[in-house]
Design a binder for this molecule. Structure first.
Ligand code: UDP
Length: 356
């Protein structure tokens, strides 16, 4: 009997749990493939981590590291030390990483240095802004990866422009798979609209956590001012990321009439998304999820990686003027079966080439 294909998957932050969910569930059902799920511990609060494992039926991590953002030096370096020790003991055929967080780069670098093929899911995204920590993580991970799964055609082009054409596969977007999984469950199980006393179509939903908006008082004050004004027009709910809450408390930034709540689980988030009048966010994932629910979005940044949402008229940068543009459908994100595309291609590559 041939040996199982063993994938060591590294996750650590909220958006990665969401991307991992459809893929890990599928792997768990497939014969001949085994996943070792490693959680770095980057996000560890129950409302930033456990809730996603529960609600999205993600298998519990096989290995739980505890690398915390506790101010004792850069978290990427500390994760690298731990992963460098761990990965050679696992005898995995490849290491799979998602997206653009510090866990992504640490995992990719640890694997590449140990000559384990790196699989990057959500490859090729670019903001072309190297001041963003996520941009550094993406660029370096793509250049270390052997197999690169791109959610969009633009991502494929971005890689080609950097000379990366081998091992590049357009797969659609796992976050669309995750949204389809959550959509009906959210409607059935979430009572968040009642809990918060919100009327569908008559509130805005916001999130803020990017370093460029939270790194100092002027930056956070600028966003808070924008949101305060919006909250004068219509109720505005802001599930506050722990980083933003810490910075706001430390710097004494007030959000006025904005309704601040704790971070939400995925089903509550999708219930609010589906019913919101508009989404205001600096999150990457939320820009697309707003589109998946056909809710217009304003991105609280000066650029976006998800250019399709802007081109199709569903999203605009807060620095761009408001225009009445026709809204069109986006076909690039696939049909909700990205997990199967990725797994089939991964197995195909491993079997036919004997090395990814
Ligand atoms: N999200 C959530 N609860 C919240 C805020 C966000 O479930 O309180 C989800 C959101 O729906 C999206 C993901 O978290 O799927 C986005 O994560 P985040 O904004 O942390 O990261 P980014 O997308 O910017 O990488």
């Amino acid at each position: 009997m041939s040996k199982d294909l063993t994938i060591a998957t590294i996750v650590g932050a909220r958006p990665q749990f969401i991307k991992a969910a459809p893929f890990s569930r599928l792997v768990a059902e497939r014969e001949g493939v085994r996943e070792i799920l490693i959680h770095t511990g980057q996000h560890y609060d129950s409302n930033m981590s456990d809730v996603f494992f529960d609600e999205l039926a993600i298998p519990k991590p096989d290995i739980q590291l505890e690398v915390r953002n506790d101010g004792s030096g850069d978290i990427t370096g500390r994760m690298l030390v731990e992963l460098d020790r761990l990965l050679p003991t696992l005898e995995a055929d490849c290491v799979l990483v998602y997206g653009d967080t510090d866990s992504t780069l640490a995992g990719a670098l640890a694997a590449a240095k140990r000559h384990i093929p790196v699989v990057h899911v959500e490859a090729g995204l670019r903001s072309f802004n190297r001041a963003m920590p996520e941009e550094i993580n993406r660029v370096l991970t793509d250049h270390l990866a052997t197999l690169l799964f791109c959610p969009t055609g633009t991502a494929v082009t971005n890689l080609a422009n950097e000379g990366i054409t081998r091992g590049v596969i357009k797969s659609g977007d796992l976050m669309y798979d995750a949204t389809i999984f959550a959509r009906d469950r959210a409607r059935e199980r979430s009572s968040i609209l009642d809990t918060l006393g919100l009327t569908p179509g008559e509130f805005r939903l916001a999130t803020v956590h990017r370093a460029e908006n939270t790194k100092g008082k002027p930056e956070l004050e600028r966003v808070a001012d924008y949101l305060r004004q919006k909250a004068e027009e219509m109720p505005l709910v802001l599930p506050l990321h722990p980083r933003t809450r810490t910075v706001a408390d430390r710097l004494g930034v007030s959000f006025g009439a904005v309704r601040l709540i704790d971070p939400l689980g995925y089903l509550d988030m999708h219930r609010l998304l589906a019913a919101a009048h508009e989404v205001l966010t600096d999150s990457g994932g939320l820009q697309k999820e707003a589109y998946f629910h056909r809710v217009p979005c304003i991105t609280l940044r000066s650029e976006s990686e998800w250019v399709e949402t802007i081109d199709a008229g569903w999203n605009r940068l807060w620095t761009s003027p408001e225009t009445s543009r026709e809204r069109t459908e986006i076909t690039d994100y696939g049909d909700g079966a990205a997990a199967a595309e990725i797994l089939d291609a991964l197995i195909g590559r491993m079997v036919t080439t004997a090395a990814v």
